[in-house]
Design a protein around this ligand. Structure first.
Ligand SMILES: [Zn+2]
Length: 482
């Protein structure tokens, strides 16, 4: 399909005929998809769909699958300048790296950081990201602009921390809740930005505000994003302070319900798994974050069995939907499948579905995106399945999880519009943004005063050669450049 000009994929109405269409019923051959005004209008057998609008010329897409875009159920768009600064770090990196880094952002650098993250996400096949609340001291609308300008759908969390040590910008609950209401009432008619609320961790907000944000989000039909039961130290702090684990505490204060999007939820007792199941709360299962910095892996195979709503999240680790789905299966296999002799571990489709429709449901956009079905937003990917990695094909969803790669993405669409063509935006200067970020990031990191507990790989290698030497833990000197 290299001779297909991208101009054929622009326009308010498109009639697409791929080799395979991944619908909620499974992979379908000889299907066509009609997109009009940003929404899937019809999906079905080619002959029938072509008749629905004879004025449209079908665009044939040989060697391609059309699938829903991935949904990142947990991201931090304004942390993208940090990248590998968090590699090797022990838990609660936010205290030493992320909060100082975000606090050092000004309006321009916050915009560039968020747009850089959005571009990486689109390149990895994500058409929706749940932004879990920036700690930058800029208006959250800066992040909205960056996501909108990049062309990605964004569930935009506003941080509502009001506990005295909750690293929030305000500790007056009245001010925090008024800002929350204003945020939820904004963005009406915005095609890509969906306002939501966020609390960094349960201890970062007062019990009153935890309950109030839950009520406000439920009334607005959106989510409250909270990091829950991720690190041992956080679980233990909660036990010391409240006599309850973080998830139990959210239940006690009335913040556990279908509006909760609990990030991580890795350290769960069986009773907490039951709490999740009974409450209808959703989880962002973040397997790469577990591998890179966590204390445990969420029992996601059990979530699926118990009917717990969940999607997959990157937590800003790397914006690659295929590698995230692969990691989701891989982590379950290593932590649960090996011990129980479960070679299937979700049978592939579980992770593919959670990376798409399950994620959309978890972030509060279930009816809106995540599926190739009439009425849903036209958020989709054209995946080249003609290469040796994908042929012969026997089980496409599982092949996409285990063998799919972002270099197979010919095109990424959000709300019916072509956003990326072979990895780059066709209508704005992606490489210029990357250059601007490379220019700004070192200055921001220097201002931030990031403290690392672990050296870069280069320093670690030198240190291995001279085990008793001391090393600097300030970020600028750990730039990784030998
Ligand atoms: Zn996070």
């Amino acid at each position: 399909m290299t001779d297909l000009p991208p101009d054929l994929l622009r326009g308010d109405a498109l009639l697409l005929v791929p080799d395979v269409t991944l619908t909620p019923e499974g992979p379908q051959e000889r299907h066509a998809v009609l997109v009009r005004d940003g929404v899937f209008r019809a999906v079905g057998p080619v002959e029938r769909i072509v008749r629905t609008d004879p004025s449209l010329t079908p665009v044939r897409l040989p060697g391609h699958a059309l699938m829903p875009g991935f949904v990142d159920a947990h991201h931090h768009l304004t942390q993208s300048f940090g990248g590998a600064l968090a590699f090797g770090e022990p838990s609660e990196i936010f205290r030493r790296v992320w909060v100082p880094l975000e606090r050092a952002l000004d309006e321009e650098s916050a915009y560039v950081a968020a747009k850089l993250a959005a571009l990486e996400s689109l390149r990895g096949g994500f058409t929706t990201v749940a932004e879990s609340g920036t700690r930058a001291t800029v208006d959250v609308d800066v992040v909205a602009s960056a996501a909108r300008d990049a062309g990605i759908r964004c569930v935009l969390g506003l941080v509502c921390n009001d506990a005295p040590d909750g690293t929030g910008q305000d500790t007056d609950p009245g001010t925090v809740l008024r800002a929350a209401e204003q945020h939820l009432a904004g963005y009406g008619g915005d095609g890509l930005i969906h306002p939501a609320l966020a609390v960094s961790v349960p201890e970062a907000a007062t019990a009153h505000t935890l309950a109030a944000t839950a009520r406000l989000a439920a009334e607005a039909g959106t989510v409250v994003q909270i990091h829950v039961n991720e690190h041992l130290v956080a679980v233990e702090r909660s036990l010391v302070r409240h006599g309850l684990r973080p998830l139990e505490y959210l239940h006690q204060v009335g913040a556990l319900g279908p509006q909760l999007l609990a990030a991580h939820a890795t350290l769960l007792t069986p009773a907490e798994v039951t709490l999740l199941a009974d409450s209808g709360a959703a989880v962002s299962y973040n397997p790469v974050a577990s591998a890179w910095k966590g204390n445990a892996v969420a029992p996601a195979t059990a979530f699926a069995e118990r009917g717990i709503r969940f999607g997959l999240g990157t937590d800003g680790t790397r914006g690659d939907g295929f590698r995230l789905a692969d990691a989701a299966e891989f982590a379950q296999r290593l932590t649960y499948g090996l011990a129980s002799g479960d070679s299937s571990c979700g049978a592939g489709w579980t992770w593919w579905e959670r990376a798409t429709a399950g994620g959309a449901d978890a972030v509060g956009l279930g009816p809106r995106t995540g599926r190739i079905t009439p009425g849903c937003a036209a958020d989709f990917l054209l995946v080249d399945i003609g290469g040796p990695e994908m042929q012969p094909s026997w089980d496409l969803p599982w092949e996409l999880v285990r063998r799919g790669n972002r270099d197979q993405l010919t095109a990424v669409f959000v709300a019916g519009r072509l956003r990326l063509w072979h990895g780059w935006p066709p209508d704005w200067d992606g490489p210029a943004l990357v250059r601007r970020a490379a220019d700004l990031a070192p200055r921001v990191v220097r201002r931030a005063g990031v403290t690392r507990a672990h050296p870069t790989s280069v320093t670690a290698r030198r240190r291995a050669a001279t085990p008793h030497a001391s090393w600097d833990t300030t970020a600028p000197s750990l730039g990784g450049r030998p």
